[in-house]
Design a protein around this ligand. Structure first.
Ligand SMILES: Cc1ncc(COP(=O)(O)O)c(C=O)c1O
Length: 424
């Protein structure tokens, strides 16, 4: 971990330049690309472990459990690696619950979150006995109660509250404002709990909040924890035997290499509030664990030089492999894989998809680039491969995990037969 005062500059730096080119924990990225073809995702197991442990250690002084948010990256090998570290799982759909089970998580290690859960998903979560269902609305609580009662079971639930706090991140990944679709207004929560007290099929075990992702300042995270603790104390005084607080995920990472908050700052800011509650805390980090561990490696398939001097590098990866820049205008560092000398110039680094938003970087200062060069798009371990699509009939890329100087393919490249197998 590289620190700057108490602020974290880069949580982990698995990708580093060597005389022979970019390496991931000592493994040549070019060699992986040669063997697997491009585009390809490369992840560092060491970086995943380091990031997980940094959060775990930051909260060491307070009773906590980490439920890694599978939505960030749910490739089986990565889910398994986190389980082996002691993580539990946060699943956002029936599919993610199924993946968690296949990765070896037991149902009581899984929390089930998500807007718009279907009756089938809820019934299955109740039947297997997940740790908690984080309910999104009063109506969903009632549906959970009815489905649980029909099975003769009791569902362990927490209500997700919306505290109307601006996470300060991109609007598309902010979830804690009144205008967002998530949770119930904080001020309505107590009444919703009280009205459903003793309802057959429901057991209120906690309270839940998640105000957004890529949060880079402490204040919103602290305010959300404070709000949740106040609610929990009120519910305790109403006689609810709560067992935990779930403060969600959201901790950001320094995509632009600027110093920012890290797990220790986060823990220091929220633990005093949590202590008031006397309840253990559930954490649901995704990005902070997975993002720095991954790079998308792509090859330049075309270079365009306009008469006005504008330069384009067209990659064989696009928004189908990494959607974040097109979806949120997000920034990712881009580095040539082979050592490149020469004067840096502003490049537009773009994908091959027939969409003008298929752009990874605009006017990015990079050394001379040429057709055939490999580039790595960094910090793409979270919300990268999981958001892949087959648009333009493109095939999902392989994923590779580097661990202790060796690499293995943890997902093979999709074939056209895989895709067409679904069609008549
Ligand atoms: C309910 C919930 N928990 C956890 C997360 C993970 O957030 P992050 O990856 O920012 O840590 C998300 C992501 O949106 C979420 O919606």
């Amino acid at each position: 971990m590289i620190t700057c005062g108490t602020l974290v500059l880069q949580p982990v730096q698995p990708f580093h330049s060597t005389d022979s080119g970019l390496a991931c924990d000592g493994v040549s990225v070019a060699a992986v690309a040669e063997a697997e073809g491009t585009p390809v995702y490369v992840y560092s197991a060491c970086a995943l472990r380091t990031a997980y442990r940094a959060i775990d250690e930051a909260f060491a002084s307070y009773p906590h459990v980490i439920h890694y948010a599978l939505k960030a990256n749910s490739t089986l090998a990565i889910a398994r690696l986190l389980r082996e570290l002691g993580s539990r799982a946060d699943a956002n759909s029936g599919g993610e619950i199924a993946v968690a089970l296949r990765a070896g998580f037991t149902p009581d290690q899984i929390v089930f979150t998500g807007v718009g859960k279907t009756p089938d998903e809820i019934a299955r979560a109740i039947a297997i006995g997940v740790a908690t269902i984080n309910a999104e609305s009063a109506g969903e609580l009632d549906r959970i109660a009815a489905l649980a009662a029909a099975q003769g079971r009791e569902a362990r639930v927490a209500l997700r509250v919306n505290p109307d706090i601006d996470a300060g991140s991109h609007p598309h990944i902010s979830t804690g404002l009144r205008s967002n679709k998530f949770g119930v207004p904080l001020e309505d929560a107590r009444a919703i709990y009280c009205e459903r007290r003793g309802l057959t099929g429901l057991r209120f075990t906690g309270v839940h909040v998640h105000i957004g992702s890529q949060i880079t300042t402490i204040e919103p995270l602290k305010r959300a924890a404070d709000a949740l603790v106040s609610l929990a104390l009120a519910l305790k005084s109403d006689g609810f035997a709560l067992e935990h607080l779930d403060i969600g995920g959201g901790l950001g990472i320094p995509y632009e290499s600027r110093p920012m908050i890290g797990p220790a700052d986060y823990a220091a800011a929220v633990i005093p509030a949590l202590e008031r509650s006397g309840l253990p805390v559930v954490l649901e980090p995704g990005r902070a664990i997975a993002a720095p561990a991954g790079a998308l490696v792509a090859r330049i398939v075309d270079v365009k030089r306009y008469v006005d001097g504008r330069l384009f590098a067209v990659l064989d990866a696009g928004m189908t492999e990494l959607m974040r820049p097109a979806l949120y205008g997000s920034f990712h560092r881009i580095v040539p894989v082979a050592p490149r000398s020469g004067v840096e110039q502003p490049w537009d680094v773009v994908g091959p998809i027939c969409e003008s938003s298929d752009v990874f970087a605009i006017q990015r200062m990079l050394p001379p680039l040429d057709v055939g060069d490999l580039v790595a798009i960094l910090d793409t371990g979270a919300y990268g491969a999981v958001m892949g699509s087959n648009y333009n009939r493109r095939l999902l890329p392989p994923e590779v995990l580097v661990d202790q100087g060796r690499w293995t393919t943890i997902r093979r490249r999709q074939t056209l037969d895989d895709v067409l197998a679904l069609e008549t």
